[in-house]
Design a protein around this ligand. Structure first.
Ligand code: 0WD
Ligand code: CA
Length: 378
């Protein structure tokens, strides 16, 4: 929506001079053909160790190691080790884009696409793009994205909303345990070495992460983003990342058609958005019973997830997700005009409302660190 309708019609030049001040999110507005999305290619990777220290290599990458399929079902106790063998990451630390910027700094001179490619790109986390993709269908959680332009590049970094902060600080014990259970599942399914075996006796340390750095393009928006990858399948048909990566998930066992319908409508949307963006082809789900044991596994192909809701009036549509994301990126590109790492545009969204934007300078919203700005200015 651009300004007041009446004035806009009387003075169409307004449209050309003023950037839009908000962006609607209704799914109906984004129905249409699927937009261009470049096949994601991996530019590199990095790892975070048990102390959350950055390393420009794949040391934290784990290997997919499913249980033998000899007719027996798995029996993974996801509550085992909680809380004594749990080392959760300190969520008070706001890392923003720092680790990704570390990678960009190290590789800026030899990025494929040639010199100047980065200046036209958008740099962000995969998780932030996932939130954009699911926005037209999200009815519960809003988001805030901070945006700055620096040397041409548009950087997008999520800001924790006040509501999300309250939720985090008052997270009920059952939810904390549920978070642990997701990571515990990874431990049952992954080995540290190719062909190695799993070791569920160890600690679960969520500081450890392996992140893939990917290049893609949505419409006319070149993208450089990074996402955490759970494991690589050494037996995948192709060993070329991201095609050999596997995403692991847990979900409640389903017993009724209603439970299945809701799983397809809500969870599969999030799983699809998260894995489609980096081109991860398979999501392996562990279904847990009320006692917290995974007794069945199912592989969902990312490219087939939409089939579960294709004929559902209240389902989701990948084109809507991608068209909205492209519209948001254009909105952000048109809004963040000044090239200034200390200037921040804060895009805010709450379900039921359009995306709005406000302008800020320096703390607390500026997110491009001095070490990055200075090194890039050399
Ligand atoms: O700065 C921020 N606001 C955020 C930073 C929000 C979310 C994540 N991060 C960090 C992550 O810790 C990671 O190092 O960014 C990096 C990459 O994240 P991403 O891949 O872009 O994030 P997302 O797709 O949301 O999550 C991927 C995985 C999760 O797997 P599941 O299956 O649950 O979707 O990253 C993990 C988690 O395993 N993860 C986190 N680990 C520690 N702390 C967090 C977190 N807050 N969020 C997601
Ligand atoms: Ca996962």
């Amino acid at each position: 929506k651009r300004g007041a309708g009446k004035i806009e019609e009387a003075e169409p030049w307004n449209k050309l001079l003023l950037p839009a001040s908000s962006l609607p999110t209704d799914p109906a507005l984004y129905v249409g053909p699927f937009p261009f999305y470049r096949r994601p290619s991996e530019l590199g990777c990095f790892s975070l160790d048990a102390q959350r220290q950055y390393h420009g290599d794949a040391r934290a990458l784990r290997y997919y190691c499913p249980p033998p399929t000899n007719g027996q079902s798995p029996n993974f106790d996801l509550r085992d080790g909680y809380p004594d063998r749990y080392r959760p990451r300190d969520e008070e630390v706001q890392e923003r884009l720092d680790h990704l910027l570390c990678w960009v700094l190290e590789h800026r001179g030899r990025l494929e696409g040639g010199p100047g490619w980065l200046a036209g790109a958008i740099v962000t986390w995969r998780g932030h793009l996932t939130k954009l993709l699911t926005t037209p269908y999200e009815r519960q959680e809003g988001w805030q994205l901070a945006a700055s332009r620096f040397q041409g590049t548009l950087y997008l970094s999520e800001v924790e909303t006040p509501a999300a902060r309250v939720q985090r600080l008052t997270r009920p014990p059952v939810l904390q345990e549920l978070m642990y259970m997701g990571y515990k599942f990874e431990q049952y399914m992954c080995a540290d070495k190719p062909g190695g075996s799993t070791d569920p006796s160890g600690e679960v340390n969520t500081n450890v992460a392996f992140c893939s750095v990917l290049r893609s393009r949505l419409g006319n928006h070149p993208l450089l983003f990074s996402g955490e990858v759970d494991c690589i399948d050494p037996q995948a048909p192709t060993t070329q990342p991201p095609t050999c990566y596997v995403e692991l998930k847990t979900s409640k066992e389903m017993h009724s058609p209603g439970q299945r319908k809701s799983f397809y409508r809500r969870k599969l949307l999030k799983w699809w958005a998260q894995s489609f963006l980096p081109g991860v082809p398979n999501v392996v789900a562990g279904f847990r019973n009320p006692e917290g044991f995974v007794c069945s596994l199912k592989t969902f192909r990312t490219m087939e997830m939409f089939e579960y809701v294709r004929n559902d009036r209240d389902g989701w549509n990948p084109s809507v997700c991608m068209n909205f994301c492209a519209a948001f990126l254009s909105f952000a590109q048109d809004t963040v005009v000044q090239d200034d790492p200390r200037l921040v545009y804060l895009f805010s969204w709450e379900p039921g409302s359009p995306v709005t934007v406000s302008e800020h300078r320096d703390a607390p919203h500026a997110f491009l660190p001095t070490w990055y700005v200075e090194a890039m200015t050399q």
